[in-house]
Design a protein around this ligand. Structure first.
Ligand SMILES: [Zn+2]
Length: 705
């Protein structure tokens, strides 16, 4: 679960967009030894004979497939930063980038897991291993000058944001931001950088590019922010117009993301606040989470001009000691959160078979007929976005309306009781023993017309939307209840999507008018059900001891600042290059693993030729052709799977950790068998922080929990 509450115009707390995870992860610090050692077999692509080994009658029925592996190139460019001349021993340098930090903090490799399994006490690999190959350059002066000229040229003079005014009103701010600043279109900057970085010696054209920018201290500097690209199809809310502007952008035209340390300060990451350890009145009011999990200090990465401005005795949570360290941490989490992003759910769990379609059935349970919520729902937009995320499938989005009758009302109120953490535990139980967590899932399951496929080869995603009046919403929906959620089905597989709506949602969001329609939110939740995770949920056992999130580290919100419907900032922007790549990679790995599982229990003619297909898939995967790899692995899987057959869990690839009950969703602290009392978001059993840099990181307050 991650709760995203929001305050509306009148200061009422409106619990906004929530989904799954993190806090729901079972925490069992006292136990567990989990080995994350990968299968020692050589890469499948170099050893196709392995298939026949597995097919041999003597083979164990549950055999992990030979791992898919790939190498991803990552270019890292610094524009406007000096290279630090200090010794490479972690000596802090506030104003220049010591490459030392990138040497030790950029991940050499990653082994993503499927996040939903963590809620069931199981560590389940996503099915691939990725090695990273880095190229790093400091931009020459000529490129710097041309880049800063571009910012001056395309920036639109505008009043400073209200968040910059808040910054000016701090006691300890180093500078005052003038009345007029520049608003700069992030996508145009991204496009320019994308072209320029192709000509930099040592950079590769394939793979990902991270660009770190500093304009501060260079001739012609002006205070500035970036604007995102994306318009809500239902309300017209335009990211480009938002007062909450960004310091970063990317993913619009390709796999490039830039972060400008001399922009802002911004709203999302709270770095406008340089006075307090705990940021009140933040853009994302995470106070609600503090109510449940206790105070977590708000670690912030300040703008460049604030470096070295804060003795730790004054504020220990502002990372002003070393700009290179800050950028390396952002780079690390960008790579693990974007490039090797964990899937929330197994993406094949909602896949159709052969020529089948993905049917998104939106059911509006109407408790407020005087407010026509369908005015704020665009099925065309949803179809386009979802096919952008998963071009392999044909999506078909339909809407039906039914009354909020007694049965629906009873299910809804049981569900709301689950989220009333101030009166826990609720008296009621749902059909899956989830204290109401599954109440709406149970309601949908009792109505096969919600989920019955038109054709056995189709896959159905059911989405329930409860349309409420403001009065009913205020009386029934607790402040902790998510606006939307993509819940599991009582196992680590996806269940139904759910949201409630009231007129206030369309009116305001994040303190700005207009608010959002239904399409953005449904797109985000269905994105989860199709496998995608938030860009700020980072699986990083080495640094964070497990999964980290924006609650652990508010600066992780910066990863929202790109084209992704999976963030909390830019839902209307669509599924950009990062989402597309990650979904295809996870689909390929999942189809490959499922096909391999079926292969172990199949023999004779059905298995003939499958080894070749899987070998092809592995070769495509290794060369970075993820969508083609997914198609090849899908072909292998579908020639073995029965129509309508749900992909089986692959228990041989999931390792139990801690004392989590693998049969029960560890939804809350109180769930029997689950220890989720820790506020530190650590999944016990994950490897500890690498000893060689643990001490250094500690000096900087990391890991920050
Ligand atoms: Zn979400």
């Amino acid at each position: 679960m991650d709760i995203r509450p929001n305050r509306d115009a009148n200061g009422r707390v409106v619990a906004l967009l929530v989904i799954i995870l993190l806090l729901l992860t079972p925490h069992t610090p006292e136990t567990a030894t989990v080995s994350t050692t990968r299968v020692a077999a050589p890469p499948f692509v170099r050893s196709p004979a392995r298939v026949s080994d597995v097919l041999a009658p003597a083979a164990a029925p549950q055999v992990a497939p030979p791992p898919l592996t790939t190498t991803v190139n990552v270019n890292v460019l610094f524009i406007g930063f000096d290279q630090s001349q200090l010794p490479a021993d972690g000596t802090p340098d506030p104003f220049a980038v010591n490459p030392f930090w990138f040497d030790i903090l950029l991940p050499p490799s990653a082994d993503p897991v499927v996040a939903s399994w963590l809620d069931f006490g199981l560590l389940a690999p996503a099915g691939y291993h990725v090695d990273f190959r880095y190229a790093r350059q400091f931009a020459p002066a000529s490129l710097e000058q041309r880049f800063f000229a571009l910012l001056t040229q395309i920036g639109e003079p505008a009043p400073r944001t209200s968040w910059q005014t808040r910054y000016n009103n701090q006691v300890h701010n180093a500078v005052d931001i003038p009345d007029q600043i520049l608003r700069i279109d992030g996508a145009t900057v991204e496009q320019w950088l994308s072209k320029e970085t192709k000509t930099i010696p040592g950079f590769t054209d394939s793979g990902y590019t991270l660009v770190f920018v500093n304009w501060w201290g260079h001739p012609g500097f002006q205070f500035h922010v970036y604007t995102g690209t994306g318009v809500d199809p239902d309300t017209g809310r335009n990211l480009a117009d938002l007062d909450a502007a960004t310091m970063a952008w990317g993913g619009t035209y390709g796999k490039l993301w830039f972060y400008d340390a001399s922009a802002g300060p911004d709203a999302e990451t709270s770095n406008w606040n340089v006075d307090d350890n705990f940021v009140t009145g933040a853009y994302h009011p995470d106070e609600v989470n503090r109510l449940i999990y206790g105070p977590l200090p708000d670690y912030r990465f300040p703008p460049f001009w604030e470096m070295n401005n804060f003795p730790d005795t004054q504020n220990d949570f502002i990372r002003d000691e070393d700009i290179g360290f800050n950028l390396a941490v952002i780079a690390r989490t960008a790579i693990l959160g974007r490039v090797a992003a964990v899937p929330l759910y197994d993406p094949v769990a909602t896949a159709p078979v052969r020529s089948g379609r993905k049917l998104l059935k939106i059911v509006i349970v109407d408790g407020n007929p005087s407010y026509d919520a369908t005015r704020f729902l665009s099925t065309d937009w949803l179809e386009k976005r979802l096919e952008e995320l998963q071009p392999m499938y044909q999506w078909d989005v339909s809407v039906s309306i039914r009354p909020l009758d007694a049965e629906a009302w009873s299910a809804f109120t049981l569900w709301t009781h689950y989220w009333d953490f101030l009166n826990w535990p609720p008296a009621g139980q749902d059909c899956l023993g989830g204290f109401g967590y599954y109440a709406l899932q149970c309601y949908a399951n009792a109505h096969p017309e919600f989920s019955g496929p038109a054709d056995a080869s189709d896959a159905v995603v059911t989405f329930l939307m409860f349309n409420l009046s403001e009065e009913v919403r205020l009386a029934t929906v607790p402040i902790f209840a998510p606006l939307g959620i993509a819940a599991d089905d009582g196992t680590p597989f996806p269940g139904v999507g759910v949201m409630w709506n009231s007129p206030a949602v369309q009116e305001r969001r994040h303190k700005e008018t207009p608010g959002v329609g239904l399409s953005d939110i449904i797109g985000h939740e269905v994105g989860h059900l199709a496998g995608q995770m938030h860009p700020f949920n980072i699986w990083d056992p080495d640094l964070f001891g497990g999964e980290s999130s924006q609650f652990t580290a508010p600066w992780l919100y910066v990863h929202d600042q790109s084209r992704t419907t999976m963030g909390y900032y830019s839902e209307p922007s669509g599924f950009g290059a990062f989402d597309q790549e990650v979904n295809a990679r996870n689909l390929a790995a999942s189809y490959y693993g499922h096909a391999f599982s079926l292969l172990t229990s199949t023999s004779g003619p059905a298995a003939a030729g499958i080894g070749t297909k899987l070998t092809t898939a592995a070769a495509l995967f290794q060369s970075g052709k993820n969508l083609a790899a997914a198609r090849a692995a899908r072909e292998a899987y579908e020639s073995l799977a029965q129509i309508g057959q749900k992909p089986a869990a692959r228990p041989s690839t999931a390792q139990r950790f801690g004392s989590g009950d693998p049969l029960r969703h560890c939804a809350l602290v109180q769930t029997p068998g689950c220890d989720r009392g820790s506020a530190k978001f650590k999944s016990a059993g994950a490897p500890s922080v690498k000893p060689e840099f643990a001490d250094l990181l500690k000096k900087f307050g990391f890991p920050p929990n």
